[in-house]
Design a protein. Structure first.
Ligand code: PLP
Length: 447
């Protein structure tokens, strides 16, 4: 069974069939949709996929965080098929469908935002969820500005590419959206020189306060951040900083918005990373999520208190495909399985297993600058040496290119110098060990 297989590549990649498809891709698709991988999938199961030439890969990228439940989860397939047999689409502005209702009810039970009574709206992508969170926050507070952070990634629409820190995502696509103000994200490994953790957190809180003051706190609708920055390099937000953000929000009538597009759905060791914040008395007001929500079906969600949600003028939010019934049916099943099989515990177990190896590498190899993470949202940061901490993107691109030739699919983050772990959480121990072995082997070859 592919589900239990180990990586096996029997030819230089791309193989002949994959090369032919990639050639057609180059001719029919815009180059602006980027890929560096020689992979053309034929089928996927669990944490593994087989390509059109019969090579078998262990996927540590999982569709960039979409496949926490794994490829082709049989119960999710069944739930989606059963829904497909009834109807594919019903537009919530016209025909109410129950899949939306039951999944929204469930989301309101499990999403750890503030409020006794909560409401959830579904949209189609992470960017769309983040845009709607901003619209809802502006509407609720009647204020124009939002605070975002260095290293943030929130998507590729005009508003979310403005919120995204890396300007490579908007080359020659200006003008950007108004009302987006950036503060520094707490990056402890790269904190200002000489600062210990406590001093660094204080520095980042003061930076946030100054940024807010520069536009006037009474103009700020929301502070949006990722509990663990994804694209930014798998950097966890320290809990003391999050508590300070919550206090700043409360003092100034600002909404705290967590973007759990990548951190959500068990990856962090909890169903949502915001649960850690809630336990520390710092639950968000609005939470967005997407990616792994429906096992690969397109869906995303925004959840907030009824008070916040119901202030929005009817007709100003929603859209044709939002809350597709097949996606909602798949999402309900994903949530049921993650709860029944305790996927957050699987994430914690994977983290223990991998972190042991990653920490050994940190001690053993001068190019491994830092390993970190929350649950199994783990990042390994590569540098030219531990003293200068110069980002080593060249090494990481070599590692990624060599690993895929041995059947391990890896992806970079941060300044191109962090390997991120987004493997399906149903990965087996043998597959994890095989992945770690390939990773270390190509690291040694690439140094
Ligand atoms: N927010 C975060 C934290 C993300 O990681 C991403 C995508 O990587 C997005 C938003 C955008 O999601 P999408 O690509 O579904 O629009």
């Amino acid at each position: 069974m592919l589900r239990d297989a180990l990586p096996k590549v029997t030819m230089p990649l791309p193989g002949p069939k994959a090369a032919a498809v990639l050639q057609r891709r180059a001719e029919c698709m815009p180059n602006g949709i980027k890929s560096i991988y020689p992979c053309v999938i034929a089928r996927g199961e669990g944490a593994m996929f087989e390509d059109v030439d019969g090579n078998i890969f262990l996927d540590w990228v999982g569709g960039v965080g979409v496949l926490n439940i794994g490829y082709s989860q049989p119960e999710v397939i069944k739930a989606a098929k059963e829904q497909m047999d009834k109807y594919f689409h019903a537009m919530m502005n016209i025909t109410t469908h129950e899949r939306y209702i039951e999944f929204a009810e469930k989301m309101n039970e499990v999403v750890p935002v503030r409020g006794d009574k909560k409401k959830t709206m579904f949209v189609n992508s992470g960017a769309e969820a983040d845009e709607n969170a901003v619209k809802i926050a502006r509407n609720y507070t009647k204020r124009p500005n939002i605070i975002v952070f260095s290293g943030a990634f929130h998507g590729r629409t005009v508003l979310t590419m403005t919120m995204t820190a890396n300007r490579n995502y908007c080359i020659d696509m200006e003008p950007l959206a108004d009302g987006v103000i950036r503060a520094e994200f707490p990056t402890l490994y790269r904190a200002p020189e000489g600062m210990d953790e406590a001093a660094a957190i204080k520095y980042y809180i003061e930076n946030l306060e100054k940024t807010i003051a520069s536009v006037g706190a009474d103009t700020v609708a929301g502070i949006v951040f990722e509990p663990v920055q994804g694209e930014g390099g798998f950097i966890p937000a320290p809990i003391e900083w999050v508590k300070a953000v919550r206090a700043i929000c409360d003092k100034n009538g600002i909404l705290m918005i967590t973007d759990e597009v990548q951190t959500g759905w068990s990856r962090s060791g909890r169903l949502f990373a915001s649960e850690y914040f809630k336990e520390a008395g710092a639950a968000p007001d609005i939470m967005t999520t997407a990616k792994s929500i429906a096992g690969g079906m397109p869906l995303s969600a925004v959840t907030a208190s009824m008070e916040i949600m119901d202030k929005v003028t009817p007709g100003t939010i929603g859209g044709t495909f939002c809350g597709n019934p097949v996606s909602c049916a798949a999402g309900m099943k994903v949530l049921e399985i993650m709860t029944k099989e305790d996927y957050p515990a699987k994430a914690r177990k994977i983290a223990d297993f991998c972190m042991k190896r990653f920490h050994e590498w940190e001690a053993k190899y001068d190019v491994v600058g830092n390993v970190r993470g929350t649950g199994s949202m783990m990042g390994v940061e590569f540098v030219t040496d531990k003293v200068t901490k110069e980002p080593n993107a060249k090494l990481v691109s070599d590692i990624v290119a060599k690993a895929v030739q041995k059947g391990l699919v890896l992806e970079a983050a941060g300044a191109g110098n962090v390997i991120r772990f987004l493997c399906p959480l149903c990965v087996t121990d043998a597959q994890l060990t095989a992945g770690l072995d390939i990773f270390e082997e190509v690291l040694k070859e690439s140094m």
